[in-house]
Design a protein around this ligand. Sequence first.
Ligand code: FES
Length: 211
Amino acid sequence: MPLPYSEIVMEHFKHPRNVGRIEDADAKSIEGSPACGDMVAVYLKVDGESQRIADVKFESYGCASNIATGSIITELAKGKTLQEAKAITWKQASEALGGLPPIKTHCSVLAVDGLRAAIQNYEERHGLVKERVPTTVEVVRKRLKRVMNPLTGLDLVRTKVVEDIEIAEGTVRVVIDLPADHQFAANIREEIIEKIEPLWDVDKVVVEFTE
Ligand code: FES
């Protein structure tokens, strides 16, 4: 039985706004949904002086609801300050779409999380993070929950391949229980570095594989 999507959802799904990537983006994020394993990437261009979002684009590897939400939140976020864009909720996005079936809530949450993570990435890269809590193993583990294991479509923590995390004098060492010549090893390393390095007290990220 087809899901009861509103006309607005269908319109945004068929003609999504702001799809694509920004090659010289000021910030970006890739978020995965723990509920379904789908992913969304968000790219931002920010006007440094006014702190307004000059451009935003997204790529969705998710379903129709996710694509429609990505489309609407990028529309809502464009031209807003980072603070204003951070305050956009999945509820606002879903209302702007004329509602989503409850079973599809996580899809709009994923798109909104993608936008927030991109804003956070910008703030970290530009020294705008106010709450400077020290990076702990738990903080690193939480970020690794956002790195997908492409073999399974689930994150590294859930697929239990994070063997060890060590933090010493600004260096974070992550040991992944996969062979170094694994087909996705380079991707996984790159994504881990991308997620951990922006943390304010991290200078270096070392990713090791067990075999
Ligand atoms: Fe995965 Fe919608 S089912 S994003």
